[in-house]
Design a protein around this ligand. Structure first.
Ligand SMILES: Nc1ncnc2c1ncn2[C@@H]1O[C@H](COP(=O)(O)OP(=O)(O)OP(=O)(O)O)[C@@H](O)[C@H]1O
Ligand SMILES: [Mg+2]
Length: 622
């Protein structure tokens, strides 16, 4: 509808205006369309999507955030859901499909309630109340806290997260790799209170009072580093990426804050895990290099040694990392030298070579046995390196060197000139390792740096048949690494396979009955909306969703009546189409993933439900 000047009111809105129920229904329809796209990819038997862009590049994925990021979504309300998936991805790393599905279900039900005459404000108030109660119940009753998290829990969580992905078939292999990789980058958190402050939950008759270290504050600290998560160069047969994420934490129940002093917090910076992708061989030939770093580069000359090991008297191999050209010294532009005797020219040339030799000599005498540079190395310099038995590689990616510098405890040198105008090379800038060797991987060579002496870094070399597969393996592994990190940092987890959703749904239904306010209906709709996860899981597994979900709810209702405590962990068994104890089956997820996805989904649904007017301004309007 185009808005015109309403005579007498003086009001003029140029452009299109849609209001009331029209806009709400429009928004909800668009959001549902987005959610329907990812719906079929949820769960261990979910399917993948193939996305082809305008230049014909193909991407095959199961990851909700990746699918949505590729879509060109124009509708502003639908964009909210796309952003929601990205938010979940950067904050938690996993659960991006679930969060979008839950949000869209909340929206659909919210809209239906508004159509049937309930004021949006009541719907929103009910949703907020339901969320608060759900989170409080989840923390109180559903969270499993283990004092000593053993590998089995971590491996199970990693397996659950990768069960729906391309590496799901080899989840035993990759889950162990993910756990080892995250554990290998463990470091003491310098500011324990920021890294993870305990969540205190005071439950008083259904009222929750929450004192929580602001999740958003922690996120801000780290979100900068999470942006470079997948740096993949498609032109190379080997491309590299770093999986990383922020350091937000989950905590549950009451943990006295004084515990921090005696029990130091650890963090697991995923940026220190370097993921390299190399074509060829099967996925199970992927390997993990603990405390090692692989650089996608090769020796500059065949005359250089292929491996440099520490010797008994000098066990460390020192590495110089440069961000400059190593080339024959030339006189500056514009310098004119008039020579009368042709022999002098030879002398000038000799001197130029000597200057170069001295410069290289300074790097070598500082102790460097490996020299890596982001720029070029000319033949003359190479000759000196070959003579000294130094392994030198040129044109290394700068990001790689930056991370190698961190891993080996060195620094990148940009210039050799010092304050006095002389050229020196500070031995402090050298990184240390146990060995550096060139290995043939796939179609090219890589330099493996093992036993890094710096702050710890590990490398995972992924092998796979083609680029699509490698990219998808990288994304799946990223999800699992995030999950393991969350588990390690919070030592809390919940049961997966629809168990949490069913239990919350049963509890919220009961909770709604205890209220005599207008939010009651909205809370009970919220309860039903959560069931969309087990329902979708069952539908995707080609099972009877109504029957399975009914069984699941019945089990949790029985448990909550206090009749059978063992039913608490009941979730779906999607291969058999039955219900089972998912704790025993090892289907577990980090608690933070569920809590955050509930919060984000509700907030997104509320954001869209609040809108009752959409004005598209005509061009030229402010
Ligand atoms: N073996 C299993 N049995 C039953 N349910 C499972 C199993 N493995 C995973 N699930 C469930 O599958 C859901 C996760 O599916 P999936 O990984 O496809 O989506 P997501 O984590 O929401 O999104 P994404 O991984 O794309 O970011 C969770 O609800 C989890 O409990
Ligand atoms: Mg997942």
């Amino acid at each position: 509808m185009s808005a015109q000047r309403a005579d007498g009111t003086g009001l003029f809105i140029g452009g299109q205006r849609e209001s009331g129920q029209d806009v709400r229904t429009g928004n909800v329809t668009a959001s549902l369309a987005v959610a329907n796209i990812v719906k079929s990819s949820l769960g261990p038997v979910g399917l993948d999507k193939m996305l082809v862009d305008d230049i014909g590049d193909v991407l095959i994925t199961n990851d909700g955030a990746t699918i949505l990021a590729q879509l060109e979504v124009e509708h502003p309300a639908a964009r909210v859901l796309v952003d929601l998936a990205q938010l979940q991805d950067s904050e938690v790393g996993d659960g991006t499909t679930s969060v979008v599905i839950v949000a869209s279900e909340l929206l659909r039900r919210g809209n239906d309630m508004v159509i049937s005459g309930i004021h949006p404000t009541s719907v929103i108030a009910g949703y907020r109340l339901a969320l608060k109660e759900a989170v409080s119940y989840l923390k109180r009753e559903m969270v499993m806290k283990v004092s000593e998290l053993d590998d089995e829990h971590l491996i199970n969580a990693a397996k659950t997260s990768m069960s729906s992905k391309i590496i799901g078939k080899e989840s035993d292999f990759f889950a162990k790799m993910a756990v080892n990789a995250v554990k290998s980058v463990k470091m003491k958190s310098s500011s324990p209170m920021v890294a993870s402050q305990p969540v205190q939950v005071e439950a008083k008759g259904g009222e929750e009072k929450e004192v929580e270290s602001s999740d958003t504050a922690t996120t801000k600290v780290d979100s900068g580093s999470s942006k470079d998560s997948t740096v993949a160069s498609k032109s190379n047969s080997m491309s590299q990426s770093s999986s990383n994420s922020n350091n937000t934490n989950a905590s549950s129940k009451v943990v006295p804050s004084s515990a921090n002093a005696s029990n130091p917090r650890y963090k697991y910076p995923l940026s220190a895990i370097h993921i390299l992708k190399a074509h060829g061989k099967s996925s199970t030939e992927s390997h993990f290099i603990p405390n090692g770093f692989a650089v996608n580069a090769m020796r500059a000359s065949q005359g250089m040694p292929t491996a440099i090991e520490g010797t008994p008297d000098n066990p460390t191999v020192k590495i110089a990392m440069l961000d400059m050209n190593l080339q024959r010294h030339r006189m500056a532009m514009g310098v004119q030298v008039i020579v009368k005797d042709p022999a002098e020219i030879e002398n000038i040339k000799k001197r130029e070579m000597d200057i170069t030799k001295e410069r290289i000599g300074k790097i070598i005498t500082a102790g460097a046995r490996v020299v890596l540079t982001t720029k070029g190395v000319d033949d003359l310099c190479m000759k000196y390196f070959v003579e000294a038995g130094v392994l030198c590689a040129r044109r290394c990616a700068k990001d790689d060197l930056k991370r190698l510098a961190k891993a080996t405890g060195g620094k990148i040198v940009v210039t050799m000139a010092d304050m006095d105008g002389n050229e020196t090379f500070d031995p402090e800038c050298l990184g240390t390792s146990e060995s550096v060797s060139e290995e043939r991987i796939g179609d090219g060579e890589m330099l493996y740096v093992t036993g890094c002496g710096g702050s710890g870094a590990s490398t995972i070399v992924l092998r796979g048949a083609n680029e699509y597969m490698l990219d998808e393996m990288d994304r799946a592994l990223h999800d699992s690494l995030c999950v393991v990190k969350r588990m390690l940092e919070s030592t809390t987890f919940v049961i997966g396979g629809g168990a949490v959703e069913a239990a919350l749904s049963v509890h919220l239904e009961k909770y709604a009955e205890t209220l005599n306010t207008r939010e009651q209906l909205s809370i009970s709709e919220f309860a039903d909306a959560l069931l969309v996860i087990p329902k979708t899981l069952a539908v995707n597994a080609a099972k009877d969703s109504s029957e399975l979900v009914a069984k699941l709810r019945a089990a949790h209702a029985k448990n909550q009546k206090g009749e059978d405590d063992s039913l608490k962990h009941i979730g779906l068994n999607l291969t058999e189409g039955t219900i089972r104890d998912n704790l025993l089956a090892g289907v577990v997820e980090p608690a933070i993933s569920k809590i955050k996805s509930l919060r984000f989904a509700t907030e997104a649904a509320i954001t869209i439900l609040r809108i009752d007017d959409r004005i598209t301004l005509a061009k030229g309007q402010q």
